[in-house]
Each structure stands twice: as structure tokens, then as C-alpha cells.
Design a protein around this ligand. Structure first.
Ligand code: IPE
Ligand code: IPE
Ligand code: MG
Length: 238
């Protein structure tokens, strides 16, 4: 396999990398395991991913963990995912602190199980001063829902005659300080966005990888960054 790491230009690292971590179920099915085993293996990928991202100097990594449409899965898978998320934060909080990770969460609060919401809040508050990297967990997240929640919040406090601008819209998002996405990576060979960060992806470079998420390694991240660095980002100019 080509050594992608050595060809990365350190002066052109994407500031914000968003990842659609897809393929856990197919990974498990191929191995005759339960889908939840696939999700468990998928969660194990996050810690090494943080290390590689920090070493590359990526500023923000957004991870799509549960979509507003994932409620349509069987109840047992949904509850298993909530338990897994809570367990992930409980067991990794010390490591997250040690690595200087600031955890933020994007998503609609309603419908989150109380236990999961409680752990999320405590991780957000205990890591808020960390500066090495921002990890944006997208939980019960939908791009359309984020825009709707934002517009409705703004309407609530709108002064008469006031109009909504791009700048004001951004301030209504779940985590207003996050920059636009530079690089979107989706694993599992699906070529779609699945309602992820619709606004923030407007000028992102899209990289689709054939690997199933539980098999994702640092090499795949290096490869995606090399691909990103080959792109000519014009933003509508010439
Ligand atoms: C992604 O893996 C994880 C979540 C959506 C929570 P999937 O569970 O979608 O895996 P596939 O796409 O069925 O293989
Ligand atoms: C997107 O994957 C959501 C997450 C990775 C959390 P899905 O597996 O839910 O998306 P579709 O159904 O293939 O579009
Ligand atoms: Mg999927």
C-alpha cells in the first residue's frame, strides 16, 4: 500500500474534517456477528482517530454518530446505540481529558435518553477548556433539523422588521463557533450525504472511501487528506 502520510503537505491540512462513520452493520454481518458488535468495533476506531487527527494538526473533527432518521431502526438497535454512546463517554473521559480534546455535541436534545444526555453534558463541561482539538459528536443530528431549530430559535427573539442573514443563521446552529467543513469523508462505499451538515458542507470537498467504518485506519485518513490536497478549491471564483 502506498505511504500516503509522507506525501501530505503540512501547510494544507483541512481545518474541519467531518466523517460519516458508515458500514458497522455490514461489517458485523460479514463476520456473522450482531449489528451491535459492529457498532462496538466502530466506537474503538475513535481513539486512534483522535491521535492521528491531533498529530496532523486538524482543528475540528465532526463524527456522525446517530441521525434523526436512525430512529427508524429496530428499537433494540436504537437502545443498544444509546447504551454504547454512554459507555463510550464513561470509559473514555480520562483519555479524552489527557489528550486535550474539547468535546462538543450537535443534535436535537429532545428524545435523548436522560442517562445519555446527562453524561454528554458532563463531558462537554469537563472538557470545555481543552485546546488540542475539537471533537463534535453529532448525536440525534439532522442537517434539516439543525436549520429548522435555528430558524425557529431566531424567530422567537426576532425584532420587528429584522431579517435573517448568513451570519445570524450560523449563530443559531447547535455549536455556533464551528467553521464550515473543509473535508467530508464517508466510509462504506455509499455516495450520499444522508442529511449531514447540509449548510456547513456547502463548499466541502467530498471523499468517499470503500472501507467499512470498523476497518478504518490512520492510512485511510492520510489517503483522504492526500485526495483533498489534490483538489482545486475555487469557491465559485476562477
Ligand atoms: C453506521 O453504520 C453507524 C450508525 C448509523 C449508527 P450502519 O449501522 O449504518 O452500518 P450499515 O450501513 O448498516 O452497514
Ligand atoms: C448515516 O448513515 C448516519 C450515521 C453514520 C450516523 P446511515 O447508514 O444512517 O445512512 P443511510 O441510511 O445509508 O443513508
Ligand atoms: Mg449505514
Amino acid at each position: 500500500m502506498k505511504n500516503y502520510k509522507d506525501t501530505i503537505d503540512p501547510d494544507n491540512i483541512p481545518l474541519h474534517v467531518a466523517i460519516i462513520m458508515d458500514g458497522n452493520g455490514r461489517w458485523a454481518e460479514k463476520k456473522k456477528l450482531s449489528r451491535l458488535e459492529g457498532h462496538r468495533k466502530g466506537a474503538d476506531i475513535i481513539e486512534p482517530l483522535i491521535d492521528t487527527s491531533v498529530s496532523l494538526g486538524i482543528g475540528v473533527v465532526s463524527l456522525f454518530a446517530f441521525s434523526t432518521e436512525n430512529w427508524n431502526r429496530p428499537a433494540s438497535e436504537v437502545s443498544g446505540l444509546w447504551e454504547l454512546l454512554a459507555l463510550f463517554f464513561e470509559s473514555k473521559i480520562d483519555i479524552i481529558q489527557e489528550k486535550g480534546v474539547k468535546v462538543v455535541v450537535s443534535g436535537a436534545r429532545k428524545r435523548l435518553p436522560a442517562a445519555t444526555a446527562g453524561i454528554i453534558d458532563s463531558v462537554i463541561s469537563s472538557t470545555k477548556k481543552n485546546r488540542k482539538i475539537v471533537l463534535n459528536f453529532c448525536i440525534n443530528y439532522g442537517g434539516r433539523q439543525e436549520i429548522l431549530d435555528g430558524v425557529n430559535r431566531w424567530l422567537h427573539k426576532r425584532k420587528e422588521g429584522e431579517v435573517l442573514t448568513e451570519k445570524k443563521m450560523r449563530q443559531q446552529f447547535y455549536v455556533p463557533e464551528l467553521p464550515d467543513v473543509d473535508l467530508l469523508i464517508r466510509t462504506s462505499g455509499e455516495y450520499r450525504i444522508s442529511n449531514y451538515m447540509l449548510w456547513q458542507l456547502a463548499y466541502a470537498e467530498l471523499v468517499f472511501l470503500d472501507v467499512l467504518w470498523p476497518d478504518f485506519t490512520s492510512q485511510h485518513l492520510y489517503r483522504a487528506i492526500c485526495e483533498y490536497q489534490k483538489r482545486d478549491r475555487r469557491f465559485g471564483a476562477i
